[in-house]
Design a protein around this ligand. Structure first.
Ligand SMILES: Nc1nc(=O)c2c([nH]1)NC[C@@H]1CN(c3ccc(C(=O)N[C@@H](CCC(=O)O)C(=O)O)cc3)C=[N+]21
Length: 300
């Protein structure tokens, strides 16, 4: 029986801390942190996530602005919206909810956000600074996983961490963060992906197994080492006619079989997902306080 790494509880604790810090900051004459989100199209999951983000802003005392556009907005128009927000001194953080429609380049749009407002940590300047262990915005999902590991006092020093999936948003930054000299960090990292041969040979060696492939129940218990810490980043809507909503949420790990082997495991939902939201808020607070790019000559 594994201990549950409760992302809902941990996220709430982090939000409570953020709310306190907002109060203290404003009492010193600081501004109200302000997060802007851009949502393009009508994707159901994206709408859910963005609504969660707006609600979370209210909870911690942030201002939020949601800008919605139809799926057929042109790339040029969207880039103009980004530029307007870049120039708006009241807005501290901007996220463009992914995925975007195919005719819009994710890279062009994320690269257009000024690094100082890139609270998603997707801009190459933030990715580069993260890699060099300089102050940066760390993407919300990897940042949330670090916070969860920290909250439960999980030791990563010298441990073997196997990351499955090499996406720009999760797998790649996660592998860098777990290996770099930090806390949590200093792990020995193996990064596996779709072309890895004999995947289970690697996953079975993991003291910490982080899975972000987006394939429901991809990892089974027999691929997990006894006593491993299992972090499941996947969250897929799987059709289920017996449910009122018509779907269930599934992680990348088969919970029942992995839970038998693991010492700690994140559930889906209620694991990594909620941590993502509070981490985004934390980045926005850091931006309002001008902590990351303060007195910084790199990008000015
Ligand atoms: N620019 C951008 N930044 C992102 O950070 C970003 C994105 N685009 N696109 C999509 C992914 C996914 N993501 C999640 C956020 C919260 C939950 C979350 O709160 N999940 C709840 C359940 C949510 C539900 O009921 O569907 C849970 O796991 O308990 C999940 C996934 C952020 N992402």
């Amino acid at each position: 029986m594994a201990e549950i790494l409760d992302g809902k509880l941990t996220s709430q604790a982090l939000k409570d801390q953020i709310a306190e810090e907002v109060k203290a900051f404003r009492a010193e004459g600081g501004k109200q942190p302000h997060l802007a989100a851009i949502l393009v199209g009508e994707d159901g999951a994206s709408q859910t996530y963005v609504n969660h983000k707006v609600k979370a802003c209210d909870e911690v005392g942030f201002k939020s602005t949601l800008k919605r556009f139809p799926a057929d907005i042109s790339e040029e128009e969207l880039l103009k919206v980004v530029e307007d927000i870049n120039a708006d001194d009241d807005i501290d953080g901007l996220i463009v909810q992914l995925p975007l429609p195919k005719h819009i380049s994710v890279q062009k749009v994320t690269d257009r956000i000024v690094p100082e407002k890139d609270v998603d940590g997707f801009h190459p300047v933030n990715v580069g600074r993260m890699t060099k262990n300089l102050p940066s915005y760390i993407s919300a999902t990897p940042f949330g996983i670090l916070k969860l590991i920290e909250h439960y006092n999980i030791d990563t020093f010298g441990k073997h961490c196997v990351v499955v999936g090499r996406s720009n948003i999760v797998g790649s930054p996660m592998s860098i963060l777990m290996a770099r000299n930090g806390k949590p960090g200093n792990a020995t990292v193996t990064l596996c992906h779709r072309y890895t041969q004999g995947l289970e040979q690697y996953t079975r060696q993991a003291d910490i197994l982080i899975v972000a492939v987006g394939i429901p129940e991809f990892i089974k218990g027999d691929m997990v080492k006894e006593g491993a810490v299992v972090i499941d980043v996947g969250i897929t809507r799987v059709e289920d006619a017996s449910k009122k909503r018509g779907y269930v949420l599934k992680g990348d790990c088969e919970f029942s079989s992995c839970e038998e082997k693991a010492s700690h495991i994140t559930p889906v939902p209620g694991g990594v997902g909620p941590m993502t939201i509070s981490s985004l808020l934390y980045n926005t607070l850091m931006s309002a306080r001008n902590e990351v790019y303060q007195s910084d000559v790199l990008v000015k």
